[in-house]
Structure formats: C-alpha cells, structure tokens
Design a protein around this ligand. Structure first.
Ligand SMILES: [Zn+2]
Length: 1002
C-alpha cells in the first residue's frame, strides 16, 4: 500500500484525510485547520518529526464548543440531535444565520431540573433557573409578554383551578440552513414518499391531478401521467424516469421491471422498501424542506374545506416523525393524533384501514404547503387567521425530574435555549487529539494508549469519538476493520491496525494503564483523573512509565480543562513548560498580544456592548474582528521550560471562532455568575481555561464580629428551613453548634452548646441525646428539631465515642472521621462499618462511619464568609448569619485556619489548611454541620430539597403551645428513652430522598 510521505504533519494529515461526519460534528465536511488556526501548532507538535516529547494543552472547555454533539437532546423545537441543530455554517457576518449557536453556558451540576410539557406533546428538560420568554394569559384576553424562571412558573401552570393554561411560548423561527446538494429533488422525493410505490418509480395520484406531472418535470425529472385502463376508482399513475418510452395505453406493465434512474437514486438514498426522510433532507435549506413537504402534501395531504388546517395522514410512524420534525424546523406547530384502525371508504371502495397518524397544523397561503393549484387555492391568507395562536405553544405541565448535569446552548437569541443531557460535550480541541490518533493509525503505526478519566468514559469515547473517526475517514476505514466484524481484532477498547494497536482505558484502572507499552500516549482530561490508582500512584506517571522504552521516539499529549489552583495537574504541567500563549494582532495598530479577560470591556448590564480592547492602543475590537485576529495569530513561549522536550499551550474561550462562543456571551455568563462562587469557578475553568483560586485566606474576625445580626440565639430564624449540627469532641467537653439552613446555603448560627464531661463517660452523650430530642422554637411559630448531626470521632477516645454513639442509636447521628484531602465530587464518603464496644461487648461492624473531606468544606465555608453585600445591602445567597450573642472567642475560632500553598517533594505546589490559632472548634463544628446538610441531600437535590422543606413547614400544624401568642413556648423535651426510639433507627430507613414528615420537623 502506498504510504503518504513521512514529512506530513498532523494538521496536514487532517486537512488531507480527515472527514467530519454529521454524526460526530456540527460542521460536517473536510477538516479545515483554518477554522481554528490556534490548533495547528498544537497538532503539529504531535507530528513524528517534531522534537517535543510531551505536549501540554490547557484549555477552556468551551473554546470552540459545541462542535459536535451526537447525543440526542430534548429541545423545545423538536430537533433530535445537537448535530442537526448546528449544521448551519457559521457566517462571518455578525448578524449571521438564525439557526446558529451563539453561546453555551457552563456545564451545571446538581441543579433542580424540570420536565416542561407543551400542548403539542413535546417536552423539554430544563433547569429551574432557566429563563423563558412567555406569554402570560392571566388577564383575560390579552396575553402579557414576560420572562420567567422555570421555578417561578411551576406553581401557576393553570389559571386558578380552572382548565386553562396560563403560559405559552412562541414556536421557534424557521431554521435557516444552507442549500444541500440532494440526490433527488425534495419535491419529487416528497411526492414519492407520500404516495409512491415503495418498491418502484410509480406514484398514485388523483385523476384530476395531471398537473402534478408538470410540477415534477419542473424539478428536472421525466414524469409521465398515465390513466391505466384497469384502475381503481379515480386513481391515476405518474411514472418518473421510465426506462423506455411507452405507448400510453396503460397496458404495458412490463416496463416497471426495469430499473429507472429514479429507482437507482431511491436505492442510493436507502429509501426503497424503507420509506423515511433521509437526514440530509431534514437538514436541507428552508426552501428545500418546504418543497419536500409540498411533495408529500400534494400526494398524501389534504386541507380542510374551510382552509384552516392542513393535514397529512400516514401509517408509517417514521415518516410521520420526519414530517413533524420538518414542520417544527419551519416554525409550525403540528399536532399529531393516532387514528385506530377502522373502516373507511376510499375511492368508492370499502376498506379496512390499519391504524394511522394524522398530523394537523395551521398554515397560510403566504407560504403554501402544496404545489397543486386546487389545494393551494383553498389556503387562507394570514390576514384571515390567528397567527399568534398557531405559533404559540401552551405549557401544560412542569414536573420535577431527576437532576442531570445540564448546559444551556443558546441559539440566535436568548429565547432559544437548548439543553444537553450529559456533560460530555466534545469540542474542536478534542478533535485535535483525535486527528493525532488518526495520523498515528494511518501514518506512523505504533502502539498507542488513550486514557480517559474512567473506563466508562473510555467506552463512551470509543463509541462517540473513535468510531466516527474510523468510519468517516476513508483512509482509516480501510485500515481498521469495523468492531462488529468477527475476528476483526477490534473491540470497544482496542483497535488493531497494520503495524500497531490503539488501546483505550480509564485512569481509574491500574490494570489498563499497565497493560501495554505504548509509544504514543493521549492523556485526556487529566484534571479529572484520580489522585492515585489503586494504591499504585499517579496515573499520569504510571502511563508515562509505559512509554519510556521508546526513548526519544515517544510522545505524550496531555489535555485538560483546569480545576482548582494548586491541585490542577494540567496547570502544574503547563507551568513547568515553556507556557506558550496565542498572540494575535490588534486590527488597528498590529500589536501582538494574547487575549486577557480583563481587556474584554462592556457596560454593566449590557453584554452586547462587549469589545476587546487592545493592550497597546485601546482600540475596541468587535466579534467579527476575531477572524482576522486568529488568522494573524502565532504561538509564543512566555517562559523558559524546565524540560526542553515539554511544550505547553494555553487557550481560552476568548479565542472561540466567530459563530461559536461569542464575547457577548462570555460577558453575559460572567454577569450571570456574579455572587455565585461556584458559577464563577465554573466560568474560570471552562471559559477562561484558568484554575480557580480557593478563597483560603481567613476573613478578619473583627469584620465578622461587626456584622453580627440581631436575632436571638436558641430560636430558629424565619428564613431557616432545616437544622443540622456539628459536634467536636474535646478531652473535657463536647462542643455542639446548631446551624439553620436555607436556599443557596444561606445559614444562621442557631445555638452554641457546650456539654462538659469526658467523652469516655456516659453523661455528656446522654446530654447530647437530650439536645436531639429538643424542640427549637421557630420565630413566628412552630418548632424544629435537629435533622442531622455529625460527630467527629477522630479524637483521642475514638473507641469510647464509637461505643456511646452506638448506644444512642439515633439515625440522625452520623459518626464521622475527617480527612485532610480535597474531594469536590464526593466531599462526604461512605459509610463504612466499624466495630463498636458497648457495655464491654464488642459489636462487629456495629457502627456506620462517614468520611468527611475537611479541606473541601473549609473552602466552602470561607467562600461563604467572603461574600459581599450588594449595593442595596441585601444578603447574597450563601450568607453566614451570626447572632449578636456569639462571643469573640467563637468568631476567632471560626476563622482559625488559612489555606497555604506548599511545595511537595517534586516541587509541585499543593494546598493545605494551616492553623492560625490553637483553638478551632467553631470551624470544625461548622464543617460538620455543613457535611450533615450534605448527607440530607441538599447538594444533590437542589431546589427540590428546599421546596419540600418549605412545603413541610407550611403543612406543619401549629400546636397550641407553639402559637406565638402563647409566648413561643416549645414542647418540653421528650423523655430521653422515648425520643430517639431505637425502633425507628436501624429498622426504619427514611423512604425516598427526604422522608416525608420525618420526626425532626415538629
Ligand atoms: Zn492596538
């Protein structure tokens, strides 16, 4: 086999061989490096001839995102896949084409999600914070345009208790897509799909519709209208592209056996005997899609006598779905009904029909749905209809649904937002790695290992990225047998090719990382790798060890979006490299500069005014200037690398090519993230490709002391919806802080209790049990109990503490041990079972112990303590409210530690908490109380969690003793033995995520 000349670089290889299919890419077609000029050098550093051995690529996840999404996504407009959504060629014109992705939000995790269902049966999953432009029908006839969050609408879907729905949203504007080069004219295909013989080139038509042949001829096919002598009712035939001309006697059926050009094309489209709308037609231009509909409507469609509704009836669900997708993409609001089998008179004959679907929608003569003049004539002009109604969809239900990682993708305008399910959003950047793999397989065959964070992700990577790469690139298709074929040497996780093998594995599999020696290592999303694989050490080191035998010929490509400063692997690697940045010229003065977020300037509240200001001349550059800037850009090293064979690249979403993530959207995302540290972190990581600096600096205790508020200790403030507590075990006492919580993790210190006594003794623990049985009066009435309490068992008397906790047997008590590490994904782990000693008797696995990632929760608390008040002096969500009665010592303890950056043995930075003061009980208790809230599910269930608490409080009847007039008196504490009844503890587990009416809400 002829091999390409070895001088080819990876980018040249990609230009020459790489095809992006519509399945894997939003911009199908040959790979064009010019689309993302900054990727050229990154890819070329991976070429066999390039001296670099390690290439480090730190990037914002959203640079050039979203390029390719092949996971089906539910959308308002009914598009099935992201790929279908963004096939529109992004234009350099800033106004652009309407159906174009203009922005994408960061991936959001743990949000409250809802399924919204519309009156046409479509539904979409979205986040509670999603903003909808709606028509509000409360006030009689005239709807009011408003913009509402999903969570604001949930209670008010119907008007009052009546049957009418309150909100409606507009159907989308027609999707503008480029003209497609189609094998068969869409009108001709539509005609045939509607009423053609599924196996050949004949279409049945009504005998009055001889005109149809003319329309078909106008589409460039040879169409003959025939009235067969033996025909049923008033049915006639149109033959397209007959193989030879017949005398028009209707008696010569022999010709149909020959294959016409039209039949051949039907076969090429794979619709012969398999009627459906091919994908290329669904994504064709607006006019082409309309023509397809007109063809289908001329053969199989009708219009009601009053001209109000167009209807399409068909028994083939696939065809019906295609019709629905076409109509929605054109901005119509079709309704679909299933008609069960029944008897029907067709052309004067009595027939039994099988079930079929009826699609019905309103259209106007301004955009005819037919070509046949008798049908067109019946359509009404828009002036006589109610276009508002037919272009709106009512919201008929909003139901909570399980939380999924979501991201909004914005198309055209804020009105059109799409959500992708999984957090697996591949980008062009990912493609640079895939191009390298393709290049290896084709050009420098050798063993290669591609590592994803987990084996599960590696499988997904194989299915969604590698398979399309192999299928869509002809040069690779012939070298790698499809995985389906037997003995092909290919499975999901290994791909053999002449001269080498590509193995895919996860960083969590030590076996996978050790499985083979590899000359090429593709280490993807390294910041998501576990710190240590099964006790064998750092996965990157483990993988790189396997490449060492290849000496200077080896190459490793490390790619990731960074995470937390001091813990980010990619940042560590980038800082050790020559730190290249992509310098681009100013369009006014030509000054070469790399893009910094500080230079993106806009008027507050007006992200559309965002311009990039030159660092030299301050010239404001606009979105459309990007193309020229990127085209004139080059990579420059900004540091001296520690190792000459390691080179590093950094790129942020500010470089996203025109048509992808815009500066305006970046400005909008930044504004939206304000006041929400977690969102700012996501923004820094995924948009800017920078690490997030944890707020580790201790706030001044004086400042905290000053901001104490006037609420009484020992009483639950109105805002608090749930109580948790943390217990710190000291040699001579237990310290217990009770915290109240609300949405956004706003918190109130409700009480601070010190129980004297040695933790070895029984008494302090019995006092703790009393605390758990205590009713804390709520401001404004009612009472609450502690819902969950974490005890630190890591002190000196662990065994005794275990014994006492086991003895108490209260399910609300969570025994914990703290670990220093960071674990953002799972900050509380477990439980594991440990032995407990009760009354001198050892109970094997008698106690369930949770592990708390203390560092993570300390950072969480400090972030909240650092929050600032807004201009109106309002409290931001997450505010830590402290009562006036708390003393200086306690406040000092709360901020007793500080995050310090130290160097480890290999000189890499790491962060750890260091004590500033000896005593830190308040900090420990706060961390434990927060961990207790986590255990209740507050982080996982988001809005639903808080909503359910609100509902419970609203439902809780006030007992006489609790009515405020009676002095806000709580029930006396229950007798010790009765309160945390053992029977309710181990046997009765709360059902669901939050036991309804659990005993902690009184
Ligand atoms: Zn300039």
């Amino acid at each position: 086999m002829l091999r390409p000349p070895p001088q080819l670089t990876v980018s040249e290889w990609a230009e020459r061989h790489r095809m992006l299919g519509s399945r894997a890419s939003a911009e199908p077609g040959p790979w064009r490096t010019s689309r993302t000029p900054y990727l050229k050098d990154v890819m070329d550093a991976l070429s066999a001839v390039h001296p670099a051995r390690r290439v480090v690529f730190m990037k914002g996840a959203q640079v050039g995102a979203p390029l390719a999404i092949d996971t089906p996504i539910p959308t308002v407009e009914g598009w099935a896949t992201m790929g279908a959504l963004i096939v529109a060629q992004p234009s350099t014109d800033e106004r652009g084409l309407p159906c174009r992705v203009t922005g994408a939000s960061p991936i959001m995790i743990g949000r409250a999600c809802y399924t919204i269902t519309f009156d046409d049966g479509e539904s979409v999953v979205c986040d509670g914070e999603h903003r909808w432009p709606v028509w509000d029908f409360t006030d009689g006839e005239k709807p009011v345009a408003r913009v509402l969050h999903t969570r604001e609408m949930i209670q008010w879907v119907r008007i009052g208790r009546g049957p009418r729905y309150r909100y409606a949203i507009d159907c989308c504007a027609p999707a503008e897509l480029p003209d497609q080069d189609l094998l068969i004219h869409p009108y001709v295909l539509g005609m045939w799909l509607g009423d053609g013989s599924s196996a050949m080139n004949h279409i049945s038509v009504h005998e009055e519709d001889a005109e149809a042949a003319e329309h078909l001829q106008a589409c460039g096919v040879d169409a003959q209208f025939r009235l067969p002598r033996w025909r049923k009712g008033r049915c006639a035939n149109i033959v397209i592209d007959p193989t030879f001309r017949l005398v028009d006697d209707g008696e010569t059926p022999a010709s149909i056996q020959h294959r016409s050009r039209f039949t051949t094309r039907l076969r090429m489209l794979d619709v012969l005997g398999n009627k459906h709308i091919p994908a290329a037609y669904l994504r064709a231009s607006r006019e082409q899609r309309l023509d397809l509909i007109r063809g289908m409507m001329d053969s199989d469609g009708t219009i009601t006598p009053d001209g109000k509704r167009c209807e399409f009836c068909n028994g083939d669900r696939g065809l019906v779905d295609g019709m629905l997708e076409l109509l929605r993409s054109l901005g119509y609001k079709p309704a679909v009904y299933f008609m069960a089998s029944r008897r029907k008179i067709i052309n004067g004959q009595d027939r039994t029909c099988l079930g079929y679907w009826r699609v019905s929608w309103t259209a106007y003569s301004e955009e005819p749905m037919f070509r046949l003049s008798r049908k067109v004539a019946r359509m009404r002009p828009i002036a006589r209809g109610r276009p508002g109604k037919s272009r709106r969809r009512r919201i008929v239900s909003i139901e909570p649904t399980s939380s999924v990682p979501v991201r909004c993708i914005e198309v055209d305008s804020p009105n059109h937002l799409y959500l992708c399910g999984a957090g697996w959003i591949p980008t062009h950047n990912t493609e640079s790695g895939n191009n390298w793999l393709g290049y290896i397989m084709h050009h420098v065959p050798a063993p290669a290992l591609a590592v994803q964070p987990t084996v599960e992700l590696a499988k997904r990577f194989s299915r969604q990225r590698i398979d399309p790469l192999l299928e869509e690139t002809p040069a690779l298709r012939e070298r790698v047998a499809p995985a389906r074929a037997r003995d092909s040497g290919n499975t999901m996780l290994s791909k053999e090719f002449p001269g080498g093998i590509l193995v895919l594995t996860g960083a969590n599999s030590a076996v996978g990382l050790r499985s083979m020696t590899a000359r090429f290592l593709f280490l993807d999303e390294v910041d998501a790798y576990p710190g240590d694989v099964a006790g064998e050490g750092d996965p990157i080191a483990l993988a790189e060890a396997r490449a060492r035998t290849f000496g200077w010929r080896r190459k490793a490509f490390l790619v990731s979006t960074p995470t937390i400063a001091g813990r980010s692997r990619i940042e560590r690697e980038y800082l050790a490299s020559d730190q290249r940045r992509f310098f681009v010229p100013c369009t006014a003065c030509g000054e070469m500069q790399w893009l910094r977020f500080e230079r993106l300037i806009w008027e507050k509240g007006a992200p559309e005014t965002a311009r990039y200001h030159c660092t030299a001349c301050d010239h404001p550059m606009q979105e459309h200037d990007k193309t020229a800037m990127l085209g004139g850009g080059e990579w420059r090293a900004t540091a001296e690398g520690q190792d000459p064979h390691t080179i590093g690249f950094h790129i942020s979403a500010l470089y996203s090519p025109v048509g992808w993530l815009s500066w305006e959207q970046i400005a909008r995302d930044w504004e939206a993230a304000q006041g929400k540290p977690e969102d700012i972190k996501t923004f820094k990581n995924t948009v800017l490709g920078e690490t997030w600096q944890e707020q580790g600096e201790a706030p001044d205790w004086e400042r905290l002391l000053e901001r104490r508020e006037d609420f009484a200790m020992g009483v639950v403030p109105t805002g608090a919806l749930v109580l948790t507590a943390g217990v710190d075990v000291q040699d001579d006492r237990l310290e217990c802080d009770v915290w109240g919580w609300a949405e956004g993790f706003s918190s109130w210190l409700v009480d601070h209790v010190v129980i004297p006594g040695s933790p070895r003794d029984r008494e302090p623990w019995d006092e703790l049990a009393k605390l758990l049985a205590r009713d804390w009066p709520r401001q404004g009435g009612g009472a609450m109990r502690i819902a969950r309490l974490c005890v630190d068992t890591g002190g000196r008397d662990t065994a005794a503490v275990y014994g006492h906790l086991r003895r108490l047997r209260d399910p609300r008590i969570a025994p914990t041990k703290g670990i220093d590490g960071w674990n953002r994904a799972q900050p509380v782990q477990g439980p594991t079972s440990v032995d407990a000693l009760v009354n001198g008797q050892k109970l094997r696995r008698g106690l369930k112990l949770w592990t708390v990632s203390v560092s993570t929760w300390k950072a969480d608390l400090y972030r909240r303590l650092w929050l600032g008040r807004g201009e109106a002096e309002e409290w931001p969500p997450g505010w830590v409210h402290l009562p006036r009665a708390i003393d200086v010592e306690w406040v000092k303890q709360l901020v007793a530690e500080q995050l310090r950056t130290t160097k480890d043995r290999r000189g890499f930075a790491r962060q750890e908490w260091a004590k500033l003061r000896e005593r830190n009980e308040a900090l420990d208790c706060a961390v434990l109380a927060r961990a207790a809230l986590w255990l209740l599910g507050a982080d996982r269930y988001g809005d639903r969690f808080w909503q359910q608490l609100r509902d419970q409080i609203a439902d809780a009847p006030l007992r006489a003793s609790e009515i405020p007039a009676a002095g806000n008196v709580a029930d006396p504490p229950l007798p010790l033995q009765a309160a945390p009844a053992p029977s309710a503890s181990d046997t009765q587990r709360p059902r669901g995520w939050l036991a309804p009416r659990s005993n902690w809400l009184r």
